[in-house]
Design a protein around this ligand. Structure first.
Ligand code: FAD
Ligand code: SF4
Length: 476
């Protein structure tokens, strides 16, 4: 009632699109303290329930208000291994769940989280926490995204000898080679790499498990295995013209730019760039937004984002949706940089000359419920249109993990959606159908969020610890 909501601002579009660095402007300490004071310390803190890692949000809001930043960092790290990741790229379901969001003015939880952890790094409060005793047990973690990193860190801290395998040349999973630097600079991952090395985690990059080490060797050499390889099979668009040059999956395009920023060079014959081109992004989610921001920074002629689903409502009905995540129109910082967006559009085909894509041919669609109440899509007659398309980026999500190779060699069972089968509760939590093999993150739950990956990595570590030692003191 006393203080209005204030949140971080962005560098203006004209300047931020000239570089690939982060562009969010932090609040001053005094402003952050005031924002912490807005928290009502609700009897039932819905924010805490809305957060997948169950961050103790009212507690650290209060500590920030009181200026007790180091204590705030300890409380924050008690539930989240990597708040500098979530403080930058989490969509913040906690803020949707905040009681103050009933009036559209939630506490600036994500901004406060990010400020706490940034301050903790600046002041040297984040140090390695090596285990006091070694357990004598060894664990292989396969895949170094946020799930694998969180799992490995928790297991090392409780005394197990952890080897973290990564097929790419650098660790981080999609944090490293999916999410652009302008959303999260990569030195944040490198700091955690150093911390985890000091805690005893052995990183083996450039090692494709299932190829460089067989499934059999893995099971022989380790007491337990955590599969955290993500959900890497992209959803394709098998329409005529799909094989034309210039039609690519988003994940063929985005990692190249992250590599350039990291100082790597991309061989010209492999380079995919948006410079000077009319770009079409198919798919309206996070990945699509990242393609837009990257294309704009590369100097595209135009960028249009097409979504097959209808345009969501401008505003949710809070009485029906709060404290859950509502379906409503959201505009990402990348979309605000100059993308044209269109909804209820399906792709019929691509066309071009000399083997190169030049146009996308679309049709408008309608969504109606059938007699059984299931949404059905139908094409609207005479609504065909075409757009110039010199680069088409397919950002329609991921089907499930790659099953060929490691997963099939291990013989793990899959759920109905093709993800690695494993429950999250009960005596067999995170255990796959194969003894001593566990799974967490996108590989188990399907494509999701960084914060869910961290939660699953932490909980999977506890399940493995219980499996190896009979009990565990790791938090859930
Ligand atoms: C472009 C893009 C943008 C996104 N933006 C956001 C965002 O802003 N906010 C958000 O919360 N979420 C975002 N997400 C989703 C988020 O990145 C994922 O949910 C999260 O990274 C999943 O973590 P993970 O650890 O399960 O898997 P991943 O991050 O996918 O990591 C899996 C790792 O395992 C490695 N691996 C796989 N198989 C093997 C093997 N056999 N041997 C060795 N290594 C292997 C892979 O190389 C990879 O490094 C985005 C996703 C994409 C694609
Ligand atoms: S729901 Fe909002 S106001 Fe209530 S405790 Fe959480 S952050 Fe504070």
């Amino acid at each position: 009632m006393e203080y209005p909501r204030q949140d971080r601002d962005y560098e203006p579009v004209e300047t931020r699109i000239r570089h690939f660095e982060e562009f969010v402007l932090p609040l001053a300490e005094r402003e952050l303290s005031t924002q912490g004071a807005r928290c009502m310390d609700c009897g039932i803190p819905f924010c805490h329930q809305g957060c997948p890692v169950n961050n103790l949000i009212p507690d650290w809001n209060d500590l920030v208000w009181k200026g007790e930043w180091q204590r705030a960092s300890q409380v924050l790290h008690s539930t989240n291994n990597f708040p500098e990741f979530t403080g930058r790229i989490c969509p913040a379901p906690c803020e949707e769940a905040c009681t103050l969001n009933l009036e559209d003015v939630p506490v600036s939880i994500k901004t406060i989280e990010c400020a706490i952890v940034d301050k903790a790094w600046e002041n040297g409060w984040i140090t390695p926490q090596p285990a006091a005793h070694k357990s004598g047990k060894s664990v292989a973690v396969v895949g170094s995204g946020p799930a694998g990193m969180a799992c490995a860190q928790q297991l090392a801290r409780t005394g197990h000898a952890v080897t973290l395998f990564e097929k790419n040349d650098r660790i981080g999973g999609l944090l490293r080679y999916g999410i652009p630097d302008f959303k999260m600079e990569k030195h944040h991952i490198d700091l955690r790499l150093e911390q985890m090395q000091a805690e005893g985690v052995d990183f083996k990059t450039g090692t494709h498990v299932g190829v460089d080490i067989t499934a059999e060797q893995l099971l022989q050499q380790f007491d337990a295995v955590a599969l955290t390889g993500g959900s890497e099979l992209p959803r394709d668009l098998p329409v005529p013209g799909r094989d034309l040059e210039g039609v690519h999956f988003a994940m063929q395009f985005l990692p190249q730019q992250n590599r350039r920023v990291a100082g790597d060079s991309i061989p010209p014959e492999q380079a995919i760039t948006a410079t000077g081109k009319h770009v079409i992004v198919i798919g309206g989610g996070d990945t699509g937004s990242d393609c837009i921001g990257t294309s704009i920074r590369q100097g595209c002629a135009s960028v249009t984002q097409l979504e097959i689903l209808p345009r969501p409502p401008e505003k949710e009905n809070k009485g029906l949706t709060w404290p859950l995540w509502p379906n409503k129109l959201r505009t990402s910082s990348s979309q605000a940089e100059g993308a044209v967006r269109d909804w209820s559009v399906a792709t019929k085909c691509f066309s071009g000359e000399n083997g190169k894509v030049e146009k996308i041919h679309c049709v408008r669609v309608a969504w109606n419920k059938d007699a059984a109440g299931v949404w059905q899509m139908s094409e609207i007659a005479d609504s065909e249109f075409e757009l110039p398309a010199e680069l088409v980026l397919l950002a329609m999500g991921f089907v499930h993990p790659v099953q060929e190779g490691l997963l099939n060699d291990l013989g793990v069972a899959f759920d109905q959606r093709g993800n690695v089968l494993g429950a999250t509760e009960g005596a067999n939590a995170y255990h796959t159908s194969v003894d001593k093999v566990f799974a967490a993150g996108d590989m188990r739950r399907g494509q999701s969020l960084v914060v869910w990956a961290i939660r699953e990595g932490r909980q999977c570590a506890r399940a493995i610890d219980e499996y190896l030692m009979g009990c565990s003191e790791l938090p859930r």
